[in-house]
Design a protein around this ligand. Structure first.
Ligand SMILES: Nc1ncnc2c1ncn2[C@@H]1O[C@H](COP(=O)(O)OP(=O)(O)OP(=O)(O)O)[C@@H](O)[C@H]1O
Ligand SMILES: [Mg+2]
Length: 234
């Protein structure tokens, strides 16, 4: 993917980003790490078009994140699954396709089944979210995000609500998606997953990208901030 962040500024009641700049080209999977409050989710929401920046520009694959069409080309997976509780896993997908993409029922069903199968969930398709495991529900959220055939998939700590075994299950399902030809931008605290899945890493510290580069930067931190962070996550 191609990423261009220019003079990005963003405030809530606190300032999060002041004049953030970054240009990348040719990476498929970007991992964002950093301590709590460093701006990871804010950056992800801005990059995905979920939130508009207060100042500056962000372009992904030569399209501004402000472009309404851009929102149609991305998928987003949140910390905890956001499935509708009264719909089955499959209906959670078909409904989105029918209502937001105008895809007719039969085709929506085919697409839903294909993506549930991709996440090894076809045998759970008829169940309500409350009747599957947390890992299965989170994998269904990923299947739903993929169903709109996005160019870029954003994941914000997709396993933070899961125990270690389910975390492993979900992360290995995500790794299996590597050959889909999609781009990924993800936030995680699971450093082994960053090493396995990211081909580029952004380390956020107090609203800045304090270090960035290949995952090997984790083995040779240049800043005290990244040194301290690596101590904490180890
Ligand atoms: N909707 C909001 N309203 C007000 N302040 C916010 C909002 N979202 C984030 N912030 C503030 O912006 C800063 C960056 O938050 P952000 O959620 O991006 O951090 P993060 O790195 O994702 O943290 P975590 O690891 O805890 O998820 C923090 O100071 C946070 O309190
Ligand atoms: Mg966050």
């Amino acid at each position: 993917m191609k990423l261009k962040i220019k003079n990005l500024t963003h405030d809530y009641d606190v300032n999060v980003f002041r004049d953030l700049n970054l240009e990348l080209d040719g990476y498929q999977s970007i991992g964002i790490i950093g301590v709590s409050g460093s701006g990871k989710s804010t950056l992800l929401r801005i990059m995905s078009g979920l939130e508009q920046p207060n100042g500056g520009t962000v372009e992904i694959n030569d399209r501004s994140v402000k472009d309404p069409f851009y929102r149609k080309t991305v998928g987003f997976v949140f910390q905890t699954h956001t499935l509708f509780p009264h719909l089955t896993l499959k209906e959670n997908i078909t409904l989105v396709l029918e209502k937001t993409r105008d895809i007719e029922r039969h085709e929506a069903s085919t697409i839903a089944e294909k993506n549930l199968e991709r996440l090894q969930l076809l045998d759970q398709a008829h169940k309500l979210p409350k009747n599957v495991s947390g890992g299965q529900a989170q994998r269904a959220s990923i299947a739903r995000a993929l169903s709109v055939n996005p160019d870029v998939v954003f994941l914000d700590e997709p396993t933070s609500s899961l125990d270690p075994i389910l975390t492993h299950e979900v992360l290995s399902s995500i790794e299996d998606l590597k050959n889909l030809g999609k781009d990924f931008v993800f936030v995680t605290h699971v450093i082994s997953f960053v090493r396995d899945f990211a081909d580029y890493v952004l380390f956020m510290h107090e609203g800045n990208i304090a270090e960035h580069g290949a995952p090997s930067i984790l083995d040779d931190p240049q800043t005290d901030a990244l040194k301290n962070f690596m101590h904490k996550v180890r």
